[in-house]
Design a binder for this molecule. Structure first.
Ligand SMILES: [Zn+2]
Length: 409
């Protein structure tokens, strides 16, 4: 249940920011869904206690900056997504949310669905009725006729139609605006290197969102689309793969990276665990690996901040798979575990405008805590063994080896 006051004892702590995990063990106090303090004791009566075994480490709950709650990753083709009944699809979405939060993903940004069901899920989780991550949702992405994810309904040709698509999302209560700046792999024939909108068209969507206080995310594979989105002032560039018909990273362009950096956009590279299997072939690095290593290294060298993200929901990419995605991120971006973890905690919170809500273990922030059996700064594999997960103060997972007086809801 949701204990009002919980003390987590015997933990080393990585706060989402520091260069290392605290060498000493601390107590973490959670009260009314917020972090009350690290170390020390706030005193008073009525604290439920969870006592962790030696070696346990607490880190902030993880953030996946790009998911699709309403997509079933078991299905290969977009058409298959719509064959199950709406009721069955809703139940599967609820199960995905539960699996995500139990794996330690306590916040996620949903960047597209067709029927706004993920917004209803967001609200039910927010009310405490369902178990799942805090969700930010974008609704139907703006796209073109037969363009990327046209089947979600955000199709527009004229200036008036484009404004109407964005207005429809705002009316539904989205948290982000999403624009499909290029074609994509998920939509056959849409052309990953085809720019779907001009910089001016994207800029109008950005301004329309901004008038309601919202930022815009742009799906971008090809370099022209990346440039247009950056020039238009989107907050986050999704994928940023520099893909052409020759594959990911094949159309790398330093001038486009310079534009992204100059505009201050963030990049959400959507690296999933399956990328680990795409690194080598017959003992040699694959072109995919070398190309994306280069793109990520150039983005980092230009000072462009990266958001951890998986694109969960696309074929073969499961919603609870961010830990494997972070291992792939560390390999491709050639960064130590601490940097991969920052991209999924402090940095994601900053990029998504949630820095006053979550992303760090600090007094006053949401009680989003992932407790692991060992130190993930030493080995990211510890992310696969959560001892406990607390999301917005609610205990959603507890390993039987942890002794305590409170139990999961
Ligand atoms: Zn996506």
């Amino acid at each position: 249940m949701r204990a009002m006051k919980t003390r987590l004892s015997g933990l080393r702590v990585w706060d989402g920011n520091a260069g290392e995990t605290s060498p000493e063990t601390l107590d973490l106090h959670l009260e009314a869904g917020k972090i009350r303090g690290l170390g020390g004791s706030p005193g008073g009566e009525g604290w439920e206690n969870l006592e962790f075994p030696t070696g346990a480490v607490a880190i902030p709950g993880l953030i996946d900056a790009h998911v699709h709650m309403d997509l079933d990753p078991h299905l290969r083709s977009p058409d298959d997504q719509f064959t199950a009944s709406r009721a069955d699809r809703d139940l599967r979405m609820v199960a995905r949310a539960r699996d995500m939060v139990r794996a330690g993903i306590t916040t996620a940004r949903d960047l597209g669905g067709g029927e706004w069901r993920e917004l209803a899920l967001r609200d039910a989780i927010g009310r405490g009725e369902l178990s799942g991550p805090r969700l930010l949702c974008a609704g139907q992405p703006l796209t073109i006729v037969e363009g990327h994810c046209h089947f979600w309904g955000g199709v527009a040709s004229t200036r008036e139609e484009q404004a109407a698509v964005v207005a429809r999302q705002l009316e539904r209560g989205v948290d982000w605006v999403k624009v499909m700046a290029t074609g994509g792999y998920f939509t056959k024939g849409s052309g990953v290197d085809r720019a779907q909108f001009s910089a001016e068209e994207i800029a109008r969507a950005v301004a329309q969102g901004a008038a309601s206080g919202l930022e815009t995310a742009a799906h971008c594979h090809g370099k022209v689309g990346i440039f247009n989105a950056a020039r238009a002032g989107v907050r986050t560039i999704e994928h940023c793969s520099f893909a052409s018909a020759q594959g990911y990273g094949a159309d790398y362009d330093a001038a486009v990276v310079a534009e992204v950096a100059a505009q201050g956009a963030w990049v959400s590279p959507t690296i999933n665990g399956n990328w680990l299997g795409r690194m080598e072939k017959e003992g040699e690095p694959t072109a995919f690996f070398r190309n994306m290593q280069r793109v990520l290294s150039e983005l980092r060298a230009a000072g462009i901040p990266l958001l951890a993200s998986t694109d969960a929901g696309i074929p073969g990419v499961f919603h609870h798979g961010l830990p494997a995605g972070l291992r792939a991120f560390a390999k491709y971006a050639e960064v130590p575990p601490v940097e991969a973890l920052r991209s999924a905690t402090r940095d994601s919170a900053l990029g998504l405008g949630l820095e006053a809500v979550c992303g760090r273990l600090a007094e006053g922030l949401s009680a989003d805590v992932l407790v692991l059996a060992g130190d993930p700064l030493a080995d990211l594999d510890w992310l696969d063994k959560p001892l406990a997960v607390i999301a917005a103060g609610r205990l959603v997972h507890l390993d039987p080896t942890v002794s305590g007086s409170t139990q999961p809801a």
